[in-house]
Design a protein around this ligand. Structure first.
Ligand SMILES: NC(=O)C1=CN([C@@H]2O[C@H](COP(=O)(O)OP(=O)(O)OC[C@H]3O[C@@H](n4cnc5c(N)ncnc54)[C@H](O)[C@@H]3O)[C@@H](O)[C@H]2O)[C@@H](O)CC1
Ligand SMILES: Nc1ncnc2c1ncn2[C@@H]1O[C@H](COP(=O)(O)OP(=O)(O)O)[C@@H](O)[C@H]1O
Ligand SMILES: [K+]
Length: 443
């Protein structure tokens, strides 16, 4: 966004013009959400505060009773301009500032470099607690917009209005949990799509003349605890793989009859669209070693990630790996930077597509593309949901999507399947909800 803003300015758009659009969009969203609720707007010294002055003017024009409380006089030229356009009073933000029903936080945005000082943070908290509705301009103040880290602790907001493109903080924890609903307003500048929120996927159309192998043969390698690979296999089948095969030395109870169980490994079968290794593998690393001898695309999950030892073992493999935080650190150690930086670094080092799971799942490609999952329900945090995801990714890969696209499609569908399955779901219900999630794509 900073780069896009610089390009727009170089092409002749003024910061004031961008600020006018941003402030008007903030006011519009606040008015749609809160109507004529009296508002207190907290303004900081930079352009985030500038957006606040513009929003105040637009809300007042709509008949809203607006007060402004500022930390200091504005410091940036554009914010001074915005302050000059405001005809009302500006209170000093201090311990005697009274609350209002609606609080609009325009203290700091992308320019915050350290946490709010103590006294200011306390006033901010008090005013947030004493209001009925809270709206943040760009990001809640105290949040580092690039990493989602809270530089000082941040109250929760019902809504955050942001401009041009989402910032990492809107999709990374812990800040994601404080933003409430995120409204994205167009202010006439466009950021690069290399980093983006994962959208509804477009799946390849079914070939009318196709057969089960052309729809993707998913081959899953069982290990010590076959329940996990059973979940992956089921998820792959429900995700539209043409053929799902589980290689296992002992028969797995309760697998749908459509899933073939075989006691031969057959992993150098050129028809395999995608292998899955890891779910329920346990401490049998030879299953992983075997998988790595295959040229087929593969999803490496769970215990197989732990047993990889060195990310460099993935070089030359057509692999997608799906670590949660613990597995990520076991494989890559403690990398520097935000979760986004760490995901991209891991993808570069391993040459694999990384699905870095959690409440804020990221999909990172070695070529620098980074997808942020839209928020998914917290009830996904239950055993087996990761196994389901591995199966979904394998099916998408087997169906012909390239690795980054396959992982992105599966992560998006996984979140929607969880919404459909509902709060009491277990991982089996999640797999069973995949067809309904896929049906959303046809609407
Ligand atoms: N990027 C864009 O395209 C646009 C950005 N706009 C707004 O501009 C914001 C960014 O503006 P700025 O770069 O001026 O940054 P901010 O307004 O976020 O904050 C910078 C100001 O706060 C001070 N400051 C930083 N950390 C502090 C701390 N811990 N305690 C006290 N003071 C601190 C700085 O010295 C500076 O004066 C965005 O968040 C957005 O709201 C919009 O006005 C329009 C377009
Ligand atoms: N709080 C949360 N909110 C949303 N999704 C979550 C949350 N916690 C975990 N998830 C998702 O649930 C899945 C859990 O996978 P994983 O940790 O591998 O579990 P398991 O190995 O038991 O299957 C991942 O897709 C992850 O992104
Ligand atoms: K803010």
């Amino acid at each position: 966004m900073r780069a896009a803003e610089q390009r727009a300015i170089a092409a002749g758009t003024s910061v004031e013009a961008l600020m006018e659009r941003a402030g008007a969009a903030l006011a519009e969203a606040a008015y749609c959400h809160a109507g004529k609720m009296p508002a207190l707007i907290l303004c900081g010294p930079g352009n985030n505060g500038g957006d606040g002055y513009v929003a105040a003017r637009h809300l007042a024009d709509r008949g809203v009773e607006v007060r402004i409380a500022a930390i200091s006089e504005p410091k940036s030229e554009a914010a001074k301009w915005a302050r000059g356009q405001w005809r009302g009073e500006v209170e000093a933000l201090n311990s005697s500032t009274g609350p209002s029903l609606l609080l609009i936080d325009a203290l700091f945005g992308t320019g915050l470099r350290e946490g709010l000082e103590d006294a200011l943070q306390k006033q901010f908290y008090r005013l947030a607690a004493d209001s009925q509705m809270r709206i943040a301009c760009d990001v809640p103040s105290g949040v580092d917009s690039d990493s989602g880290v809270e530089l000082s602790s941040v109250p929760g907001f019902e809504m955050t209005v942001t401009f041009g493109a989402l910032k990492p903080a809107h999709r990374l924890m812990p800040s994601m949990g404080k933003c409430g609903r995120v409204v994205l307003a167009d202010i006439g500048i466009e950021a690069s799509p290399e980093w983006h929120e994962l959208g509804q996927p477009v799946l390849p159309a079914l070939d009318p003349g196709g057969h089960k192998y052309s729809r993707g043969l998913v081959h899953a390698l069982a290990g010590k605890m076959p329940g996990a690979i059973a979940l992956s296999a089921k998820a792959a089948a429900y995700s539209g793989a043409g053929y799902v095969r589980v290689s296992t030395s002992r028969s797995i109870d309760g697998l749908p009859s459509a899933i073939v169980q075989t006691d031969t490994a057959e992993i150098n079968d050129g028809r395999i669209g995608c292998l899955i290794v890891g779910p329920g593998m346990g401490d049998i690393p030879r299953v992983l070693t075997l998988a790595l001898t295959s040229h087929a695309p593969k999803v490496i999950d769970a215990d197989a990630i732990t047993h990889l030892g060195e990310p460099e073992r993935l070089r030359g493999q057509d692999a997608i790996i799906t670590p949660h935080q613990g597995e990520f650190e076991r494989l890559f150690g403690k990398l520097e930077g935000s979760k986004a930086d760490r995901a991209l670094e891991a993808a570069k080092r391993s040459g694999a597509v990384i699905v870095y799971k959690g409440p804020d799942t990221l999909v990172a490609s070695p070529d620098g593309r980074l997808g942020f999952a839209p928020p998914a329900p917290a009830w996904l945090a239950s055993a087996g949901t990761g196994d389901v995801l591995a199966g979904m990714i394998a099916a998408m890969r087997g169906r012909g999507l390239e690795a980054f696209e396959a992982a992105s499609a599966a992560v998006w569908l996984h979140g929607r399947a969880a919404e459909i399955a509902g709060a009491q779901m277990i991982a089996d219900d999640l797999a069973a909800a995949i067809p309904q999630a896929l049906a959303l794509l046809n609407d």
